[in-house]
Write a protein that binds this ligand. Structure first.
Ligand code: FES
Ligand code: FE2
Length: 377
């Protein structure tokens, strides 16, 4: 196999496509070989819309925060006219990361290296010593703009200037979220948690996409959600899962957080390529998860917990503790899968399609992206 931007052709075969259809998983090398990671960074993470944060983080002119789409560092800023902008967080002087802080409020963006200073619209305002450089034209060195769009309070960006609008990725998803009864306008982020997981990003997504493991691994989740009612639905660029609340939880005897008000069923959505949105039964809540690939065998999971004002601090604490527990349980699972995939003792798995269809849907999206890139070569 060629590495880097080289050919993946040997791995993009009709035999694999057929095997995926029948419920076989990707061969282990897809999760362990850095060549796949490189190809995915280029053909998936440089092209797709990805969740970057919340509009509330850039509410006022001058507010900014830094983030990443795949391996591209970004700075998101509200300029002085109120327009939302995103730029590659890379200085045009010598390529340093421009802004190092996670967030703040500024009148300009100044590089921490030699103090090239940019306006909030990305234009270069001044560079120290520029008067001594004949012909130096600030207009030649603006920050590289990146497309950014909002779905309600949630922001998504893509490095691909030619990507279709965000709405075409979201499809029916906003309507399905609205149908849960959750009022997006009332939500504010109260907690951000990050978890570093020693597993390939696809292992983490795979794990998210099935609840076949829930009875074994997540007793708390099963106290809340009745798995006999659990359903997986597939759409073009996303899939959903969900189920009804157990009778014990409804009666308040399962020892969980208070679910007597608000949303009535669990609704969990995975959006291509690395975002999930989780609405649990109970008063206005959503947790937004981004799975950011850091290396072929390392993924950073970023969880934004948002709540409506009516949710008390105690309810918030109970809720976060509940999800945190599920996440810690999932990390053990994902890291054990990565060890098995790297062992040389395993090639391809076989899904239980009655319960793991969501994985097949996801793996076909990955396959299709790499196959399309291969065809374009
Ligand atoms: S690299 Fe940014 S000012 Fe030199
Ligand atoms: Fe899980």
């Amino acid at each position: 196999m060629n590495t880097g931007t080289g050919t993946m052709a040997a791995h993009i075969t009709s035999a694999l496509e057929e095997a995926l259809d029948q419920g076989y998983t990707f061969p282990a090398t897809w999760y362990t070989d850095p060549a796949f990671y490189t190809a995915e960074r280029q053909h998936i993470f440089r092209r797709c819309w990805q969740y970057v944060g919340l509009a509330e983080q850039v509410a006022r002119p001058g507010d900014f925060f830094t983030c990443a789409v795949g391996s591209v560092p970004l700075v998101i800023v509200r300029d002085e006219t109120g327009e939302l902008r995103a730029f590659a967080n890379v200085c045009r002087h010598r390529g340093s990361q421009l802004v190092l802080e996670e967030s703040g409020c500024r009148k300009t963006l100044q590089c921490h290296y030699h103090a090239w200073t940019y306006n909030l619209d990305g234009s270069l305002r001044a560079a120290p010593g520029m008067k001594d450089e004949p012909g130096f034209d600030t207009r030649a060195f603006p920050l590289a703009p990146v497309r950014i769009e909002a779905w309600g309070p949630w922001l998504f960006a893509t490095p691909d200037r030619a990507a279709p609008p965000l709405a075409s990725l979201l499809g029916e998803l906003p309507g399905l979220v609205a149908a849960t009864g959750l009022d997006l306008g009332t939500l504010r982020r109260r907690v951000r948690r990050t978890y570093e997981i020693a597993a390939n990003w696809k292992v983490v997504v795979d794990n998210y996409l099935e609840c076949y493991h829930c009875p074994v691994a997540h007793p708390g989740f099963c106290d809340l959600i009745d798995l006999s009612s659990y359903e997986v639905r597939e759409y073009a660029s996303f899939s959903t899962q969900g189920g009804q609340v157990t009778a014990a939880a409804r009666a308040g005897s399962a020892g969980l957080y208070d679910i007597s008000q608000g949303v009535r069923e669990g609704f969990y959505a995975y959006l291509w390529p690395n975002f999930t949105l989780n609405i649990y039964p109970g008063p206005g809540n959503v947790s937004l998860n981004l799975f950011l690939p850091l290396a072929v065998d390392r993924t950073l999971a970023i969880y934004d917990y948002c709540f409506a004002d009516v949710v008390s601090e105690r309810e918030e604490r109970d809720f976060v503790r509940f999800i945190d527990q599920v996440q810690e349980e999932d990390i053990v699972l994902c890291e054990s899968v990565q060890r098995g995939l790297s062992s040389g003792a395993f090639d391809q798995g076989r899904l239980m399609l009655s319960r793991e269809r969501g994985l097949r849907h996801f793996q076909k999206l990955v396959y299709r992206s790499l196959a399309e890139a291969e065809r374009e070569r």
